[in-house]
Design a protein around this ligand. Structure first.
Ligand code: ARG
Length: 459
């Protein structure tokens, strides 16, 4: 304890296991850039407030820049057992470079509680902005592909049973819309992450009248957090990011599951590029959709991290408790998972081969049974009756072994006299999708409209 920056009142050493149990340097060094930028802003504001002279400020600033250079070059030497976290490590190194006399003034009025919250918010803001770019790129690939392949018609499923014909692009856009909502949510999350806790102290505020607004502007924050206790103790910004990520990964896992099914030899609507598949060590013929399986699998990890961290914060007494350090690893791992997953999904979709002939071959006339019912609706028959009549046609087809589109007019008329010669025109998949022309439907016009909605959002 006595070697540590906080060691003044301690006499005995720490249990060695306690040292490693307590330290966060091996993962919170991820924030070295943010920590140093925060310290420079802190020193500048303290200079403005008369706490540091101009010479002291510039010594601190240039010393901190040297420390950052060491991190960037990979030459920063962490001292095991001494550098507990990124904040103490940077301050220790600054003291070595510029001397403890001046270096020791940097932390005036400051707590690591505000420092860690500041670093995490800056880091998370920057990473979420990168994710915004990845997600936007993914949506652009969806939109471009949907436009190019708008003429492919495939079975749409409910309960994984053939339901009604849809455009392949309509399927792609169904996920496109989910991911577009994720993008909207992401931007809202960023706006709440990007608020500054700096200048809030350990919990009660700053006693030297520090200019919080000035520091917030220097660090790129959009505003201040207005209660010092909430500012240092809240990890809602991590919770929200993890919840956001869990939602995103939930969409990813469903998207991946559909494509896994569509890429089986039994379906063969799509074929994954070699770049996103792997082989079997035993079976030479295998080409497995590992990329999609990992997207599906990693969603479990994302949900777990979200739930785990929510349990960590529930019931904590105000304000800072060391439990809060447990927010860092889920955040780091979560962000990596989301960023990697979106880029993998983008790669998969932009290199995917499609087989429209297989999609078409999987359509069957029963998928037009609703259209058959709708045909009678247009002749004035109540839908509840037409549903039943169409069902009798399905039963006739099944029983006689005649595909529904090959039944004779007399077969239809035998079931209901209101069928006329034009009934056979129902058995046209292209016509069926084109009938769904109310906004949001699977007709070509509607699909193109969805693409333009998506593009507008991305512009
Ligand atoms: N490494 C710590 C964390 O991540 C920094 C804050 C430590 N503050 C304290 N009062 N022990 O939470």
């Amino acid at each position: 304890g006595e070697n540590m920056l906080w060691g003044g009142r301690f006499t005995g050493g720490l249990d060695p296991l306690m040292v490693s149990y307590n330290e966060s340097i091996y993962y919170d060094r991820a924030f070295h850039t943010q920590d140093i930028a925060g310290s420079i802003a802190w020193a500048r504001a303290n200079h403005k407030g008369g706490i540091l002279s101009a010479a002291e400020f510039s010594a601190i600033e240039s010393g901190l820049k040297k420390v950052e250079k060491e991190w960037a070059a990979g030459t920063f030497k962490i001292i095991p057992g001494v550098d507990e976290d990124i904040h103490t490590a940077n301050e220790r190194r600054l003291g070595e470079i510029i001397g403890k006399e001046i270096g020791g003034k940097l932390h005036t009025g400051r707590s690591r509680n505000e420092q860690v919250a500041t670093d995490m918010r800056m880091w998370l803001r920057d990473e979420l902005r990168k994710i915004d770019t990845y997600l936007s790129d993914f949506l652009k690939v969806i939109a471009a592909r949907a436009e190019k392949e708008v003429d492919y018609v495939m079975p749409g499923y409910t309960h994984l049973q053939r339901a009604q014909p849809i455009r392949w692009s309509h399927w792609m856009l169904s996920y496109g819309m989910a991911f577009a909502s994720d993008l909207e949510r992401l931007r809202e999350v960023i706006s709440r992450v990007n608020l500054s806790p700096l200048g809030c102290g350990a919990l009660a505020g700053n006693p030297f009248g520090i200019d919080r607004q000035m520091m917030a502007e220097e660090l790129g924050f959009e505003g201040l957090l207005w209660n010092s206790m909430a500012a240092v103790s809240s990890r809602d910004f991590v919770v929200e990011a993890l919840q956001w990520g869990a939602t995103l990964m939930g969409h990813m896992s469903r998207w991946a599951e559909d494509l896994i099914i569509y890429s089986t030899q039994e379906f063969a609507y799509v074929k994954l590029a070699d770049a996103y598949s792997t082989g079997s060590s035993l079976m030479p013929q295998k080409k497995n959709p590992d990329s999609l399986e990992l997207l599906r699998g990693k969603s479990g990890r994302a949900f777990g991290q979200m739930a785990g961290f929510m349990m960590t914060v529930k019931g904590l007494a105000s304000t800072y408790n060391k439990d809060l350090q447990e927010s860092v690893e889920p955040m780091l791992d979560g962000i990596k998972t989301y960023a990697d997953s979106i880029q993998i999904a983008t790669g998969v979709l932009s290199t995917l081969a499609t087989n429209p002939a297989k999609m078409e071959a999987a359509l069957d006339p029963f998928m037009l049974a609703t259209d058959l019912a709708d045909y009678l609706v247009r002749k004035g028959v109540p839908f509840r009756d037409t549903h039943h009549i169409s069902g009798q046609c399905v039963a006739f087809s099944e029983k006689s072994g005649t595909p529904m589109n090959q039944m004779k007019i007399s077969d239809f008329k035998g079931i209901d006299a209101r069928f006329e010669k034009d009934v056979l025109a129902c058995f046209n998949y292209e016509k069926s999708v084109e009938m769904r022309s109310a906004a949001g439907g699977t007709s070509k016009k509607c699909v193109l409209e969805q693409i333009s909605v998506l593009k507008k959002m991305l512009a």
